[in-house]
Design a protein around this ligand. Structure first.
Ligand code: BG6
Length: 513
């Protein structure tokens, strides 16, 4: 099914999207381009209204011009021009101080007037693209202004991460929000769930008969989940990141969600609550990979100055808006186990980091070795084969940069002897379907507009994820904890390798090809 062919069935023509934090990076870089593409592809009609809400002084015109400049970073001039006039007419701006309750009555008047002019019924989506300390006050103020009916059709609220900074604060935020909104009105976004390959994991597992019987402790040796980024701390994000660190920024949400999809049981129905129930069970049975202190199963790293391909690169401590003595981790690696019938004894290794050699996100399922080594002559090419583990069959879900599913297995090298050679069989999404894959935010925004919460995180899931990482946070916040340094442009600190090597495993070197 391509995007165009089902657009008519899914077209939304009666929604008002209000983006709180409209001056921020996320709005220009992700949300407006996603809304523009939804409009261009026929999913969003030009009756809909998009209102940017932020404190800075702007007119509708200047907001539109800024958004147009942002679009030109990711969309061709020709495409923008073709649709711009109609799209621009949907865009409006409201100067609102989100902390000031009085500003909300002006906002209310503005939105109601615009909706009346367009004949819109007042079915609204509020996207909180603000810093997390504004989530609750914004919703409280909206409610005080009479803009929060307790009905999902009339108001849905998208909450960006971080949803709290630990178990306690996440519970508190949930409790406070639940005084104002019903659970079915809250869409906790984890943009990884909107990525095409991530959605495909469930279809791959439960829509094919050949792989699922192998997804258990009898056949799988271990699983590796890597979310690696080559970039450091991007301009302006230092303040946020230094408070957050890799564990809160990526592992607690994106990486654990990937783990849930790979490890969960089939849902009894392909519906939001059934899928979330199964993901929750995985998180509830997630255990540290080793007994004893957190240091036994979790490793923190921080990148140090180095040079990458001949170019000097700053260390984390020299980045903009980072405390010169910061102990924040830019890398985290863990070993976890899932304590259930299917997965008992199978290590799940997760790692995420900034300033790694490549931007690549992948899940590698490493199968057990054959019971006998009949073919003793092993021909190895490249460093990957140097280890005795090189002959594990693997199934790779590559989430980025080029979405793909790949299977590696051994084959006989042509010739007069039995020489074993590992080869890859690749399925590339973009190449195979010949279409540009939709961005995660496109899919997720459309889902919020059509009230489908399947790809969003429920509060109990989120709490279970915090509960798992909380002991790590506690240890790492102690004065004596310091992350281990790793040179920028490498795969993280030595401790991360030791996590695996003590079990006779080693990290794959993902190519991101
Ligand atoms: C965000 C994190 O949630 O995900 C960022 O806050 C990170 O630090 C980003 O860079 C990675 O997303 P993607 O889609 O580029 O892999």
């Amino acid at each position: 099914m391509n995007a165009q062919s089902n657009a008519a069935d899914l077209q939304i023509d009666d929604v008002t999207v209000m983006i709180f934090g409209a001056s921020g990076d996320l709005t220009g870089r992700k949300l407006i381009p996603a809304l523009f593409k939804l409009f261009k592809n026929g999913f969003l009609s030009d009756k809909c209204l998009i209102v940017g809400v932020a404190r800075r002084e702007k007119t509708d015109e200047s907001f539109r011009e800024e958004m147009k400049a942002e679009l030109s970073e990711v969309i061709s001039e020709e495409t923008i021009e073709e649709h711009w006039n109609q799209f621009a007419s949907m865009l409006h701006y409201s100067q609102t101080d989100l902390m000031n309750v009085e500003d909300y009555s002006t906002l209310k008047n503005q939105v109601e007037t615009l909706e009346e002019q367009r004949g819109l019924p007042g079915h609204r989506v509020v996207y909180l693209a603000t810093s997390s300390n504004l989530f609750l006050p914004s919703i409280q103020n909206l409610s005080d202004a009479g803009m929060v009916p307790r009905e999902a059709k009339k108001l849905r609220c998208v909450v960006e991460k971080p949803f709290g900074h630990d178990l306690e604060s996440s519970k508190e935020l949930s409790t406070n929000l639940s005084q104002i909104l019903n659970e079915d009105q809250i869409y906790r976004i984890d943009h990884y769930l909107g990525k095409e390959t991530v959605q495909n994991i469930l279809l791959f597992r439960f829509g094919n008969a050949i792989f699922e019987p192998l997804f258990n402790r009898n056949h799988i040796d271990h699983v590796q989940i890597t979310v690696a980024e080559s970039q450091g701390i991007e301009g302006g994000r230092g303040g946020y990141y230094d408070e957050s660190g890799a564990l809160r920024d990526v592992l607690q949400n994106h990486a654990l969600q990937l783990l849930c999809l790979v490890a969960m049981e089939p849902p009894s129905l392909f519906e939001a609550e059934h899928i979330r129930d199964e993901k929750l069970k995985v998180l509830q049975t997630l255990k540290p990979g080793r007994q004893g202190s957190v240091d036994e199963w979790a490793v923190a790293g921080q990148y140090a100055a180095s040079s990458i391909r001949g170019e000097k690169v700053k260390g984390y401590l020299d980045e903009d808006r980072i405390d010169a003595d910061s102990r924040t981790e830019t890398f985290v690696g863990i070993e976890a186990h899932i304590d259930n019938w299917r997965w008992a004894g199978v290590p799940f290794y997760l790692r995420t980091g900034k300033r790694m050699p490549a931007r690549v996100t992948e899940i590698a399922i490493q199968f057990k070795l054959p019971p006998l080594h009949l073919f003793t002559t092993v021909e190895c090419e490249g460093s990957l084969c140097e280890s005795a583990n090189a002959q594990h069959n693997s199934l790779i879900f590559r989430i980025q940069p080029h979405e793909a599913i790949s299977i590696s297995f051994s084959t006989k090298r042509p010739g007069m002897q039995y020489q074993v050679q590992p080869v890859d069989m690749d399925f590339e999404f973009g190449e195979s379907f010949g279409i540009e894959l939709p961005e995660a935010y496109e899919r997720l925004l459309l889902d919020v507009m059509r009230e489908d919460s399947t790809l969003f995180t429920r509060s109990d899931e989120l709490e279970a994820a915090w509960k798992f990482v909380d002991p790590i946070l506690q240890l790492w916040s102690g004065k004596n904890h310091r992350p281990e340094l790793y040179p920028a442009g490498t795969w993280g600190p030595k401790g991360a390798n030791q996590l695996l090597s003590r079990n006779g495993h080693y990290w794959r070197a993902p190519t991101g090809k």
